[in-house]
Design a protein around this ligand. Structure first.
Ligand SMILES: NC(=O)c1ccc[n+]([C@@H]2O[C@H](COP(=O)([O-])OP(=O)(O)OC[C@H]3O[C@@H](n4cnc5c(N)ncnc54)[C@H](OP(=O)(O)O)[C@@H]3O)[C@@H](O)[C@H]2O)c1
Length: 273
């Protein structure tokens, strides 16, 4: 499982999770099975990934008990109205084949579909009714995240974060409010492998640039990372990051790579910090 973040109330979040975006059908099933076999205990899916059924089946078919897996899904922005929050979550649970998820996130700010207060209110009811064990948001810039914390007991903001994209204002809010950061696209969609500094640090430790990046995430405070791979060897390698440690100087060198390179910025997305 590796290191975890404890949320109190018996809820423990493994800091290295498996992302499933763009894995569909058999690829989603096999990827999730492989991830569980190599030790991941945190799986990230979404209504919008069209793979909840395969992810759920992979968990059910694996040798790992459901109770040992931290399972996250996300509500599509178009399901942000209160009634749709409820009905789409019930559909997600049916598709996943579970009674409850561990965490459910609002996938993107969705004021176009419903006021934030309405969406987070309905998500709080999901929590109270036991459809999920925690709630959170995704792709929220810092001011909107502050608002979310005012409205509901959110625990995380899942945002793009990797060595080339810092998220300091969001990290600051999460630290002040007692939430954790979930870093998506932590490998900058594979671009970290082309970086000379990360490769050089990797050579020092006998590991790859991707492994250095994930280790850096784990040594940062309060951060969860959810790399995706559809390649079994990479799924395995990305979880093999607990046997070495980066020095403070190496952590700083990686921090120095930051250049606000955002890879995911769809039309209609939020105004970022
Ligand atoms: N909340 C959101 O809006 C949001 C947005 C994007 C992503 N996410 C979540 O975050 C997860 C991860 O993000 P991501 O999939 O965008 O990007 P990522 O994990 O940074 O990178 C995935 C890409 O890197 C490649 N890769 C993986 N491991 C590698 C390794 N060890 N060496 C070289 N290349 C490697 C993969 O190729 P192969 O598959 O061919 O191995 C894939 O092309 C998603 O799956 C999803 O769960 C959430």
């Amino acid at each position: 499982m590796g290191p975890t973040i404890s949320l109190g109330n018996d809820l423990t979040v493994p800091r290295l999770g498996f992302g499933t975006f763009q894995l569909q059908g058999d690829d989603a099933y096999r990827g999730t099975r492989t991830a569980l076999e190599v030790g991941y205990r945190h799986i990230d899916t979404a209504q919008g990934y069209d793979n909840e059924a395969e992810v759920g089946r992979a968990i059910a078919d694996s040798d790992v008990d459901r109770g040992e897996v931290f399972l996250t899904t996300k509500i599509k922005p178009s399901n942000a109205a209160a009634g749709d929050v409820r009905s789409s979550t019930e559909q997600s649970l049916r598709d996943l084949g579970v009674d409850q998820v561990d965490l459910i996130l609002l996938h993107w700010p969705a004021e176009k579909y419903a006021p934030l207060q309405e969406t987070l209110g309905a998500m709080t009811v999901l929590l109270e009714d036991g459809l999920t064990r925690a709630i959170g948001v995704s792709n929220f810039p810092s001011a909107m995240l502050e608002q979310a914390f005012e409205l509901a007991p959110v625990v995380t903001d899942q945002v793009e974060h990797h060595p080339f994209l810092g998220v300091d204002p969001i990290e600051k809010v999460l630290e002040q409010r007692g939430g954790f950061l979930t870093a998506y696209s932590p490998l900058a969609r594979g671009r970290v492998t082309e970086d000379a500094t990360l490769s050089e640090i990797g050579e020092e430790h006998g590991v790859s640039a991707a492994q250095v990046t994930l280790r850096w995430m784990l040594q940062k405070p309060n951060t969860v990372a959810i790399p995706k791979s559809g390649t079994p060897e990479r799924v395995r390698a990305n979880f093999d990051v607990f046997g070495f440690e980066l020095s403070d100087a190496e952590m700083q060198r990686i921090h120095g790579l930051e250049r606000q390179q955002r890879l995911i910025d769809p039309d209609g997305g939020p105004a970022w910090d």
